[in-house]
Design a binder for this molecule. Sequence first.
Ligand code: LER
Ligand code: MN
Length: 272
Amino acid sequence: MQISAVISVDELTRNGADWAPLAAMLERCRTWGYDAVELAVRDPARVDARALEQALQSAGLAVAALATGTAYSADGLSFTHPDAGVRRAARERIADHCRLAARVGGFVILGLVRGRVSPGVTREQAEAWMDEGVAASCEAGARAGVRLLFEPINRYETDLVHTVEEGLALLDRIRAPNLGLLVDTFHMNIEEADICESLRRAGARVHHVHAADSNRCYPGAGHVDFGAVIQALEAMGYRGYLSAEILPRPDLEASLERAAANLRRLLGRDEL
Ligand code: LER
Ligand code: MN
């Protein structure tokens, strides 16, 4: 198992205006012992893909995944928006993420972009739109040679697909060979009766793991038993990333440094 850090390309390049902070952060991630980064990208059309490729190459870091949640939180794009034009724009945005992933590597994450059940829309309709958006995104991914991840998210952030079981049901409905499950220990701590049992049930369909403690801080800052989680993942033969998706507390640097140190210790990879 390898470790990855979630960082924001938009924030660390001041929306593309200055690449020095991103280059410095990539260098620090490598020093802290990360194998890869997970890049939050709001709109790939605004990212200089060549500059990004060069920054990654100089730091010697792989890309574990592209996070797409800010397309929803900042731009309001979602698969379940009542306006067909917004739903189409959401699908097109994810297709752009797939094209960027084809260049820099990594999965494309379908998380918050599924949206919510809007007032005046039935749950059945929202679920049908969600499935349509996921299926179209998998087709765009297949055209680009890219794999995607669907992430169950806790009930306070979305009305749709909270648990691993619901995530597996969605995978069964979509039946796309390039779609896997992303599990997030923060959401699992809220929604699953037993985190390790749910991991075992998902088995080989878990393609990526977000590692965050019960309080969304770095692993070790809360009460999730990461030793048990790692043991369960190892027993399942999981060979993907543990990707630290955490609050910047006490600050971004300290949180990522502590996440790397704690995860490496638990993985028996203490030496840098
Ligand atoms: C996205 O990966 C996620 O876990 C959400 O909780 C972000 O708000
Ligand atoms: Mn997550």
